[in-house]
Design a protein around this ligand. Sequence first.
Ligand code: DGL
Length: 278
Amino acid sequence: MGRIFKVGIFDSGIGGLTVLSECVKLMPENRYFYLGDNFRAPYGSRPPQEIAACVREALVRFREMNADAAVLACNTATAVCAEKMRSEFSFPIVGTEPAVKPASERCGRVLVLATPRTTESERLRKLVARYHDACNITVFALEGLAAAVESAVVRGKALDLREHLPQGNYDGIVLGCTHYVYFKKEIEAFYSAPVFDGGEGTARQLRSVLGKQRNIEFSENLGIDDHFSDSLTAEGYNANNCSGKMPKNEGISSNLGIFFIGNAKNINKRVYEQMFIS
Ligand code: DGL
């Protein structure tokens, strides 16, 4: 029998549910523990130290649950503190990376949309520099779109994308925030251009990291997130037995091996079931 891994997935709110759904599609056999920090969202304009403190709290929770790996299903958290967290926790931490590589391979003019903390990060600067020769990349910070998406999806509040998105002619749009994925089709229509998001790449990276975990007794930090690197090996994944249990009454479960934890567990469970389970 294959091993069932316990994976903690974290985001500031509902954005990471888009990543969770990709992980479930790719590895339905695992147990997923989704922790959204919805009541402190959005993170995108918060000071980096504050974001790191919130992320640390979530990862401590995953450590207490003996998670095999954690996913920062949040570009902002990844950009601000993925490296720092990898130095503090012994389980692999997979980050979320804007899909700049696939967009740059297909498009001449690329627009990257992300939160202020992500757009000003060293991490995004390096990623863009790597692909800038292949195409023209514009990075744009969206101050309020993540919060507007959270309100629209959770509370049904109207969202007018024209109030948020910059005008311009682009051949490809990169969604550098997991919240934006809920409006992927609308953003595609707004620019009449294909939209790229990093959700599937993150799931593939998780699969690669868990695959390695089969063979390696890791006392050191694994989980370098470079989803689109050539070294990514998605093949050969084969799991072994599961050990450890989620503490009772800790979370609420869906019937798919997904547990929603934290004080916004009901919100995230409802949104996940509405948006991703038909
Ligand atoms: N969903 C997150 C991201 O990918 C965070 C958005 C926010 O809380 O501002 O960046």
